[in-house]
Design a protein around this ligand. Structure first.
Ligand SMILES: Cc1cn([C@H]2C[C@H](O)[C@@H](COP(=O)(O)OP(=O)(O)O[C@H]3O[C@H](C)C(=O)[C@H](O)[C@H]3O)O2)c(=O)[nH]c1=O
Length: 187
């Protein structure tokens, strides 16, 4: 019998970042389809999820790089193919300035949970859908804790696999890494 090859969701480059968890999700398949738990408080994830969002992205879209001082996040690619980058910007973290790159596939469901204080951004190779959750509602953080860095500043160190993504107007105006570090000060 030829096994269907699936592309694995995994970290493909970078080094450790304290507090980041990639949790593979169990897809319970049967003759009707499948059932997958995407979040459960019994998993003891470091995330007090107060808002969930359903996000659709066209191919070649990049969302980010974003940064928040006050809230933790959850990302789960439900369908499609995504490349996700994280960078530790917490001056007191033992993994300060470390970065990670993940290759995520909707056919290998996984939840990435990451703490406040990390630059984060996600690129979509194909039309994709993801779930995201935050520990502070957008209506609260959107006004004063929604920072960003321009996605391809070489000082970030990300070996992105794309060159000319579709980004928001706001993301197009994000500062470089040095200006961002000056702007956020100590936290
Ligand atoms: C984030 C958010 C956005 N929106 C509205 C606001 C805009 O009309 C539209 C797109 O928002 P935005 O361009 O901010 O979406 P992304 O570029 O994916 O960024 C968002 O998701 C990444 C991960 C971030 O970390 C950002 O903080 C967050 O803004 O959805 C809402 O209505 N609720 C929300 O929670």
């Amino acid at each position: 019998m030829i096994e269907k090859m699936i592309s694995e969701s995994r970290m493909i480059a970078g080094s450790e970042i304290e507090g980041v968890v990639l949790k593979k999700l169990k897809e319970n398949q049967d003759y009707r389809g499948s059932f997958t738990e995407v979040y459960n408080h019994r998993w003891n994830l470091d995330l007090n999820a107060v808002q969930w969002s359903y996000v659709k992205s066209e191919a070649n879209v990049f969302r980010g790089l974003h940064f928040h001082k006050r809230h933790d996040e959850y990302f789960c690619l439900v369908s499609g193919h995504s490349q996700l980058g994280l960078k530790d910007m917490r001056p007191n973290s033992p993994t300060y300035l470390n970065w990670q790159l993940y290759d995520l596939h909707g056919e290998d469901l996984a939840a990435l949970i990451f703490p406040r204080g990390l630059l984060h951004g996600w690129y979509f190779f194909t039309p994709s859908v993801h779930l995201q959750s935050v520990s502070e509602s957008y209506v609260d953080y959107g006004k004063d804790d929604n920072w960003g860095v321009y996605w391809n500043d070489p000082d970030l160190g990300f070996p992105w696999s794309f060159t000319d993504p579709i980004i928001s107007t706001r993301a197009g105006d994000f500062p470089d890494l040095d200006s961002f570090i000056q702007a956020i000060g100590d936290f």
